[in-house]
Design a protein around this ligand. Sequence first.
Ligand code: BGC
Length: 793
Amino acid sequence: MPHLWTPAARVISPRPPEPAPTESGARPAALLRGEFTARAAVRSARLLVTALGVYELELNGTVVGDHVLAPGWTSYRHRHRYQSFDVTALVHEGRNAWGAHLADGWYRGLLGFNGGTRDVYGEHTGLLAELRVEYTDGSADTVGTGDGWRWSPGPVLTAGLYEGEEYDARREQAGFSEPGFDDSAWQPVEILDFDTTVLFPADSPPVRRIQHLAPVSVTTSPTSRTILDFGQNLVGRLRIRVRGEAGRTVTLRHAEVLEDGELCTRPLRHATATDRYVLRGDPAGEEWEPRFTFHGFRYAEVEGWPGELDPADITAVVLHSDLRRTGWFSCSDDSLNRLHENVVWGMRGNFVDVPTDCPQRDERLGWTGDVQVFAPTAAFLYDVRDFLRSWLRDLAADQGDDERRIPPVFSPDIPVITPVPVPPGNPPMAGWCDAAVVVPWVLYERYGDTEVLRAQYPSMRAWVDAVDRIAGPARIWGEGFQFGDWLDPTAPADDPGRAMTASTLVATAYFAHSARLLARTAGVLENEDDSGHYHALADAVRDAFIARFHAGGGRLTEETQTAYALALCFRLLEDDADRAEAGRRLAGLVAERAHRIGTGFLGTPLVCDALADTGHVGTAYRLLTQRSAPSWLRQVDMGATTVWERWDSMLPDGSVNPGEMTSFNHYALGAVADWIHRTVAGLAPAEPGYRRLLVRPLPGGGLTWARAAHDTPYGRAEVGWHREGGTLHVDVLVPPGVTALVELPGTDPMEIEPGRHSFWAPFPQPHGDARGSGSGRPSHRITGSPDQCKEHT
Ligand code: BGC
């Protein structure tokens, strides 16, 4: 267990009086300050800090660290994260001062849909900070927030994650975090009671400013508004440089799309996403970026700009958790490359401290189903090990300790106002609550992390046991409301759960899948009793699934793409002949829809695997490269720069889907990227943590080359192939300590050692649905030693 903080400092709060709520309902950020004396020359100084709310802390006039929206969002009642900074360079002998901006953030700001809720975690914001100063003479002092600190309203008039930020630069208090500042007009802070046992050190990379983008165009809309286009749907906020008279207000509004040439803000629902800056009138110009908000947008409308707007004066600051990039893909088809890029941007925008469904409207919640399907893609593209482990700790905490122990549908969990009364406790939702089992398993599979399995095991088991209780001896469940195969293309705009595939089929398939993964987890943890028990349960659920949904001969009673994809990928159909027929039937269903997608959140990540694994590679490619709606590339053709929530978030005529739930940045349907990495490029883990690679590219779709690279826990792995006439040429880089199983179309599998290798094999027939079985070894040459690979790690 890492070192925990038991502060001597107290949580201080800027009250009373409580600042009056404003028109948007968002509340102001307060300024807080304190001073202390360092008795001697300073050898080192370490700051521990967190907030009930979000903070930006300054020491002697300098902002500490480059974190944004710290301390981030966790299930605060159970786990409250703090940050730790080495501030030796900022503290000096004699008088010192420190201060902070403090705003509502997730702690007390508006959260959730249907109007949302304020004060979810508490009614008062607070700051908790402690400094340990060691002197060169060997002595030390600890100072912290507590009595003696004072607070004042500051320049941030309002700050809400959804609402945006309003800032009046005339109300800045220059020097407030420097010693000697006159705070006689400030008020004393109040001490808040706070349970410090929930404090824990940062266990996930912080949110930072990752990139700056210049506008690609500035245009005037039909109603004469100034509209900036950043060319990319992104998550962050604008930084402006402006010169004008004191008191002038510049207003910045944000949206993902335009409709009839104007910002389309309806899909944002209650998120007003508006920032306002009131100039102080500095003749040298002034620069501003909001501190305590973020928006999902590609377009921004600027109002009140003094004089001519120079596009160079506005940049978009891209924010997200500062994850290490670990995965890359490219191929000969630019549309597929754009789709992949859209998946990457969708991930960036939705990995803002918690894995969210969407980053723009009044939601931005850690929806479990979305990350359940996207986790494999995420784990390829970025190092998400710490990020998702932290989130899983919250999920387990939110699972509660009542006897049902059902995971939340989003974590951190918040009360949600719904039009219908919801029974107490978390609703059991197949595919969503299964994140409790699937996400730890993905981390094990991709990082070889057995610790996450050990830590999450009670949470994983509690969910499977809960479903076991709910399903009862029949082993079938999912009657009544389920999210199901959410948002399949036939779901009506106003009823996203009304999918083609019955929710009992989906829920029972997931029950079998989670029971099997749990059994395998117990095996990894050498808990043989549990492993036997859950394998038996998984077998029983599979049998119940077959008895209920298998019409015989590989045909299912539910003839949908998702039904077959689930039965095949979760290996509920086991018999070879049944699987072959199910694969044929699935390919037939896809063809009946003219090779257009027919799956929602749960079927989409599986359908290409189900097709390819049953030999229908050509059909999988026809789905992937389909340009007619609904399809992935239709979105690309319509100019998407992130993956949409609905297959038709934008309707064919370019208007925005009338559904009240229409986001242009949801990663769930982008989960196909995992198949693209594993199958189009052919780079997959064959054993946990990529200790053994599976190199199995299945060329198709008219592609002439594809390649992928991934920084595995052992170092860089690469697979690249290209077509040379009738020959498939494959280059593989196997990192040190790793072996690879190479399976090329029409040839026998072979096992290779670390190093660079090249292979030649006959290029498979275009759109051939048969994968072909071994008919000889591919030509193979080792072109580099394992030592050379090290240079790539
Ligand atoms: C969210 C989803 C989520 C779903 C639950 C929506 O409002 O945006 O992505 O998984 O609700 O069904």
